[in-house]
Ligand binder design. Structure first.
Ligand code: SAM
Length: 458
């Protein structure tokens, strides 16, 4: 069994009053970048004192810096169908909401992708509601093909991560053959009673089928899976411990755990108000959660969306987040509608800036925005990726690749301001590469990009 309710409650209760000494000991272990076991994670979840929290944030920040450097991966979601047979109480797409239902044609999908490419995007998270009739696996597969085949003068989308409802091994095999990046599925809540309550009269309401989706995805050969919890549905300590148990379970069974963890917080949506949910978390708790995830699984990417404001995003990047969405629309046909001033989103977002403005801020703060998709296209996925990441050698490819994609962005999609800001950062970062061979390879590739070549990576 992946999740055992009474075991989790027992661990949380046992660690509730951890002593100063026990907490300090766990913080020291966290500092070694080797990750933490379940009981140690529970001790950190239970810390209350300000000085312990400050230490935790410091260690999380240090680990983030040492493992991910100042790189930050950028992506955007693409919603193609809001038909849904579920009644998730928290979601604007729920069946009982009388909203216009739309499903994009392949032409419309390509139009959306052209707009996303125009904004510089190379990585997409494909999103759909669950509807076996209106949005079956063949529609999703056709959409993936249409997206990869949408070319403009500067290239095309290079990686599609897919967030579709839990499905069969057979369908996961089809997704694998369609060359997807990560298969993403949020558990929403690991607390079974709550899960069943927030998914009434829904296909999605089968807790065990949903919980075992990654088993089926991995059996089908998908080795990069992205997990997540919708924070606000149940007690956050219970959710974080369960996430970690799920990760350990996959690691034991398949040799690799989550590739990424997403940390969505519940937001206002059509047909619901936030006061219906009793476990909504404040900013301070949210930052603590991200820091704990960072030290607990140092090599697992943490993804943050535009559900969060610019200000909170800044904090979370510092303490652990390694991927963010930018310029997102969360409604079907949203990129085209946005051009015409129309919206009907799945939930409210808080960061409305355009990708170029987000990138400018990041560069000013000395972050390298990265559109890199090299690992998965070079077969560095699953446990191969994790081995490289844990060896520390990943820096040798990640930073150069991030710099190359930034050079592409400032050349193809930028204005004068971002060109200057970006160019300066690229040169500064090149001077920090100590391996002469890698430095020369990178410089040479940057020259080739300047001369018009695209999609170069190590
Ligand atoms: N239909 C797929 C499924 O069932 O997993 C994809 C889900 S949806 C397109 C993506 C995610 O949005 C959901 O998994 C959920 O966590 C999140 N979401 C839904 N309503 C939300 C809300 N009100 N606030 C924040 N996130 C929300």
């Amino acid at each position: 069994m992946i999740i055992n309710n009474s075991d989790i409650l027992k661990i949380l209760s046992k660690t509730k009053d951890a002593t100063n000494e026990e907490i300090e000991k766990v913080l020291k272990i966290a500092d070694t970048k080797k990750g933490l076991d379940i009981e140690q994670i529970a001790i950190l979840l239970n810390i209350k004192e300000k000085n312990h929290l400050e230490k935790l944030l410091k260690i999380a920040g240090k680990i983030k810096e040492e493992i991910y450097g100042n790189r930050l991966v950028i992506f955007a979601p693409l919603y193609i169908s809001n038909y849904c047979v579920n009644n998730c109480t928290y979601c604007g797409y729920k069946k009982s909401n009388a909203i216009p239902r739309k499903k994009l044609t392949m032409n419309e999908i390509q139009k959306e992708v052209e707009l996303m490419e125009k904004a510089g995007h190379k990585r997409i998270a494909l999103e759909v509601g669950e509807d076996p009739v209106h949005c079956d696996i063949d529609y999703v597969l056709d959409a993936i093909k249409a997206i990869y085949n949408t070319k403009n003068e500067n290239g095309s989308i290079r990686r599609i991560n897919v967030n579709i409802a839990a499905t069969t091994v057979e369908n996961y095999k089809k997704l694998k053959d369609a060359n997807i990046g990560t298969y993403i599925l949020f558990q929403e809540t690991y607390h079974q009673e709550t899960y069943e309550k927030v998914h009434p009269n829904s296909l999605k309401g089968d807790y065990h089928y949903h919980l075992t989706a990654f088993d089926r995805a991995m059996e089908a050969g998908i080795d990069d899976v992205g997990a997540g919890v919708l924070f606000g549905l149940a007690n956050y300590k219970y959710e974080v411990l369960s996430l970690m148990l799920h990760n350990n379970y996959l690691e034991e069974k398949f040799g690799v755990g989550f590739h990424t963890i997403s940390v969505p917080r519940i937001k206002k949506a059509e047909g619901m108000t936030l006061d219906m949910f009793t476990h909504v978390i404040d900013d301070e708790t949210f930052i603590k959660i991200v820091a704990i995830l960072r030290v607990a699984v140092p090599y697992t990417g943490i993804i943050l969306s535009t559900r969060e404001s610019e200000n909170i995003r800044k904090h979370l990047i510092q303490y652990g987040v390694s991927q963010i969405s930018a310029g997102s629309c969360t409604d079907v046909g949203g990129y085209s509608d946005e051009e015409q001033g129309i919206t009907s989103a799945q939930f409210e977002i808080a960061d409305h800036r355009k990708p170029i403005d987000i990138l400018k801020e990041l560069i000013k703060d000395k972050h390298i925005p990265s559109y890199c998709t090299a690992c998965y296209r070079s077969g560095r996925t699953g446990d191969r990726f994790m081995r490289l990441a844990k060896s520390g050698e990943i820096h040798n490819v990640c930073t150069p690749n991030a710099l190359m994609t930034l050079m592409e962005f400032i050349t193809d999609y930028g204005d004068e301001e971002i060109y200057h800001l970006g160019y300066e950062l690229i040169m500064e970062e090149i001077s920090k590469i100590s391996n002469e061979k890698i430095k020369n390879l990178t410089l040479n590739n940057l020259k080739r990009i300047n001369n018009g070549e695209r999609d170069l990576f190590l």
